[in-house]
Design a protein around this ligand. Structure first.
Ligand code: FAD
Ligand code: EGO
Length: 468
């Protein structure tokens, strides 16, 4: 894969104008993809340039990058540089209530997820995009309205508002997308969004004696049913802990001492690592953040507009796949452009046809994990389930692959992952059924054969008798 800008298709394309709305992770990556194809790319971002802005307050500080996301980065020649700044997490570390830690590997040696810094990834993507001569990045320009009839975008910036038009509008403006509003007026467009009852708060676990306070190459998880905490490592040797719990429980903790008591009860081993004083303060720095799941039945309007990333499909973060799915959107679209010779009137409908079922599938999988984790998953269950997964995969490596592995370490289409998983469950159930039936038959035969003769059983039979 070539690194750096290359304009393979520039000559044979009459430099169509593309507006990318949103320069978050997906928008910035898409700028590279469209630039590579020779489009004249204009990116509009509401916020300040994250590369120069002083206080960057993102949504989450670090994220888990896995195979799908990496493949997309590879396609624009950025994989190595991002992986270099990521911290491999080869296993999860399960923290039980008693402070016991169990490490459960994600797979073979090369199978790990990466902890990456969101702001840094965003910066590097923007730098890469800005190196293409056919990309223009605009900041502090917020889309206010997109008129399909006029084909115009209206932006507001500090100095006032202005209008532009483009051949294609790519909506990468996140879960609360403004571009998406135009879709609401389309006939037969289905849309749904759900907020879950849980919120999240991020806490920092600083380095201890100049080193990581816990083992660095792990995704640390404290599964406590309805309360869950995870920690991902950062390059500065700190960890970012994310506490997930119902809003009503967040609201119950109103003083530093109550927070401390809560942590003593549920996450005692983390207290000395976060630090009592910073725990009491960090907790109240920001209100708990909400999580939303968004689904759309269509991602395009004619040959004019397409949605990607959270704008098309925000998912709850319980699979660590939101960004990965958004990045995969970009490669899927790019692959279609190759196959359909850059014909937007064919690519856009085809993108919807291919991608909607897969994004719905990851939305469902993430929601399923959320429900499963809050209802059933404490540390014992977590460890048990992962052992069963590993064992079955070991017995039948070709037939049974854990769900998490298919989602995280392959590019099997998300909807195929669900099908495959259901099929595997059937296989396992059939095997268990056959084993159960044969065990019962064997038992019955043996019993029938030996019962009258077994002295041991005869003794048992006489028990009642001897009591009398
Ligand atoms: P965003 O990152 O939201 O970017 C949208 C951009 O559009 C923003 O820069 C915004 O300023 C801009 N914008 C919005 N409106 C306008 C407008 N009107 N005009 C101009 N610009 C506008 N995913 C993973 O893969 N792995 C993880 O481990 C993971 N962990 C997560 C943890 C948490 C707590 C959360 C909440 C999410 C997590 N995700 C994770 C999901 C991931 O954060 C998102 O899927 C990803 O950020 C989506 O990128 P995006 O570019 O589509 O949207
Ligand atoms: C039984 C046992 C049923 C995100 C375990 C389901 C998610 C779920 C939020 C982890 C890893 C990246 C994550 C595993 C399960 C990120 C993730 C997992 C969390 C929470 C997360 C795993 C950021 C679910 N991957 N994962 O298998 O290690 O298993 F715990 Cl709250």
């Amino acid at each position: 894969m070539s690194s750096g800008p290359s304009l393979q298709h520039y000559e044979n394309e009459k430099a169509k104008k593309v507006a990318i709305v949103g320069a978050g992770l997906v928008g910035a990556l898409n700028a590279c993809f469209f630039a590579k194809r020779g489009f004249q790319v204009e990116v509009y971002e509401a916020r300040k340039d994250i590369r120069t802005a002083k206080d960057v307050r993102g949504r989450s500080i670090n994220l888990a990058l896995s195979y799908r996301g990496r493949q997309a980065l590879k396609a624009v020649g950025m994989e190595d540089q991002v992986v270099f700044k990521g911290i491999p997490m080869n296993a999860r570390m399960i923290h039980s209530l008693s402070g016991r830690k169990s490490s459960l590997p994600y797979g073979k040696k090369g199978q790990y997820i990466l902890s990456v810094d969101r702001a840094n990834l965003n910066r590097e993507l923007l730098n890469a995009a800005s190196e293409y001569p056919n990309v223009k990045l605009n900041f502090e320009e917020k889309l206010q309205h997109y008129s399909l009839e006029k084909g115009s975008l209206t932006f507001i910036r500090p100095e006032g508002s202005f209008e532009v038009s483009h051949d294609l509008v790519v909506g990468c403006d996140g879960a609360f997308s403004t571009v998406r509003r135009q879709f609401m007026r389309q006939p037969r467009f289905d849309y749904s969004h759900v907020y879950i009852p849980h919120g999240y708060k991020e806490l920092t676990m600083p380095p201890r004696n100049g080193d990581f306070a816990m083992e660095p190459n792990f995704l640390h998880i404290w599964p406590r049913n309805t309360f869950m905490m995870i920690a991902l490592p950062n390059l500065d040797k700190s960890f970012t802990c994310t506490l997930f719990m119902p809003f009503e429980d967040f609201e119950k903790l109103t003083t530093g001492d109550e927070v401390l008591q809560f942590f003593k009860k549920y996450f005692p081993d983390s207290i000395p690592l976060i630090g009592i004083e910073s725990l009491k303060q960090d907790y109240f720095r920001l209100p708990a953040q909400a999580m939303i799941s968004v689904k759309c039945s269509t991602y395009h309007i004619g040959a004019k507009c397409v949605l990607m990333g959270d704008a098309a499909h925000a998912v709850v973060p319980f699979y660590g796949q939101g960004m990965n799915a958004g990045f995969e959107d970009c490669i899927v679209f790019d692959e279609l452009m190759d196959q359909l010779h850059n014909d937007l009137s064919k690519c856009l409908p085809e993108f919807t046809r291919l991608r909607v079922p897969d994004d719905h599938a990851i939305g469902d999988l993430a929601m399923y994990n959320y429900v499963e984790m809050r209802e059933r998953v404490n540390s014992k269950w977590f460890i048990f389930r992962k052992y069963v997964d590993t064992f079955l995969h070991f017995c039948m490596p070709k037939t049974i692959v854990p769900l998490y592995t298919m989602v995280t370490f392959s590019r099997i289409r998300y909807h195929e992952v669900i099908k495959q998983h259901k099929w595997q469950c059937k296989v396992i159930n059939s095997i268990l059924f056959v084993m159960g039936v044969s065990a019962t038959i064997t038992g019955a035969v043996l019993l029938f054969h030996y019962l009258p003769k077994s002295p041991h059983l005869l003794v048992l039979q006489n028990w009642n008798y001897s009591f009398k």
